[in-house]
Design a protein around this ligand. Structure first.
Ligand code: CA
Length: 219
C-alpha cells in the first residue's frame, strides 16, 4: 500500500494529524475499508483532503469520477460540492460501492452522487452522446490503469476548458522508472505520463502526493 512516496510513517502520520480534517463519515468509511484486502486502493486521507480543497477552490459544481472503489474519494469530493453540485461516479460493480453508500448517506451527500455501474468507457461514451461534452468542471481518474488513456481522452471531451482532470497512481509505487517492471499497467502508466507531458491540450503539474497525482487543466 503506497500512501505517500518518500515520507516516513511518522512524518506521514503527522501530515494526517495536523493537515487533514475528517468528517465523521470520512472517519467511518476509512475504518470500514481499513481491514479489507484491497484497502490499498483507497486514497490517503491527505489526498482526499486535497481533492476536496481543490473542488472548493475551483468552484466545482459538476464532477466526474472513474473508479469509485468503496467511495472515499467520492465522499471527499461530494462533501466539498455545493448543495446543487453533482458527482457522476463510474464503477464496474456495486460490490465495493455498497460499502461506501451508508457513509455517503451519513454525510448527507448521497443525493449528490450519481453512481453508474458498467464499463466506464461505455458510461463516458454515453455521457458524451447525451450531450455531456464540456459539462464537467473536474474529473478524477482512478480505475484500471490499462484503460487510463481511453478514460483520459473521454474526460478531455467531458471537462470544460479551464476544468481539471486528476489522474491517480501516476508513479505506481516507483515502477514507472524501474526497467525491470513491465506489467501491462506499468507500461500503460509510463506511456500515458509521457503522452501527458507532451500534450498541448492541457497544462500539467505532477504531484508526489499518495502514489503520484497528475493534475491537468484543459486549455
Ligand atoms: Ca488510486
Amino acid at each position: 500500500m503506497v500512501k505517500s512516496l518518500g515520507l516516513s510513517d511518522a512524518l506521514y502520520a503527522y501530515v494526517q494529524e495536523v493537515g487533514t480534517r475528517l468528517a465523521p463519515a470520512q472517519e467511518g468509511l476509512r475504518a470500514a475499508t481499513a481491514g479489507m484486502q484491497a484497502a490499498g486502493m483507497q486514497i490517503g486521507a491527505d489526498q482526499g483532503q486535497f481533492m476536496g480543497f481543490l473542488v472548493r477552490l475551483l468552484g466545482v459544481k459538476r464532477a466526474l469520477e472513474v473508479g469509485t472503489f468503496t467511495g472515499y474519494s467520492a465522499l471527499s469530493v461530494a462533501l466539498a460540492l455545493p448543495d446543487d453540485g453533482r458527482l457522476v461516479c463510474c464503477d464496474i460493480s456495486t460490490d465495493y460501492t455498497d460499502i461506501g453508500r451508508p457513509f455517503w448517506e451519513q454525510a448527507g451527500v448521497a443525493g449528490k452522487i450519481d453512481l453508474r455501474i458498467g464499463p466506464a468507457v461505455e458510461t463516458l461514451d454515453r455521457l458524451i452522446a447525451e450531450g455531456g461534452a464540456d459539462g464537467f468542471d473536474f474529473a478524477f481518474i482512478d480505475a484500471d490503469k490499462s484503460n487510463y488513456d481511453a478514460y483520459y481522452e473521454r474526460c478531455l471531451v467531458l471537462v470544460r476548458a479551464g476544468g481539471v482532470i486528476a489522474v491517480d497512481n501516476v508513479l505506481w509505487g516507483g515502477a514507472v522508472i524501474d526497467p525491470a517492471k513491465n506489467s501491462a499497467d506499468t507500461v500503460a502508466l509510463r506511456a500515458l505520463n509521457r503522452k501527458l507531458h507532451a500534450d498541448e491540450r492541457v497544462d500539467i503539474t505532477m504531484l508526489a502526493i499518495g502514489d503520484g497525482l497528475t493534475l491537468l487543466r484543459r486549455r
